[in-house]
Unconditional design. Structure first.
Length: 54
């Protein structure tokens, strides 16, 4: 499984290359990780920038 959000923002973690541990706790840890949280922020900023430019 891959995190498309982390992939799209160029983060380097196990969820970018593909991960086979499908436990809920692993997903919860990833969602709380700095990489994932920063990816969310990056995506929001990209959207705001596009809206401002348009």
């Amino acid at each position: 499984m891959k995190c498309t959000l982390c992939v799209s923002t160029g983060k380097l973690n196990t969820f970018v290359s593909g991960f086979l541990n499908f436990r809920r706790s692993t997903l919860d840890r990833h969602m709380a990780s700095a990489d994932h949280v920063n990816s969310l922020t990056d995506k929001k900023e990209q959207s705001r920038m596009k809206a401002t430019v348009n």
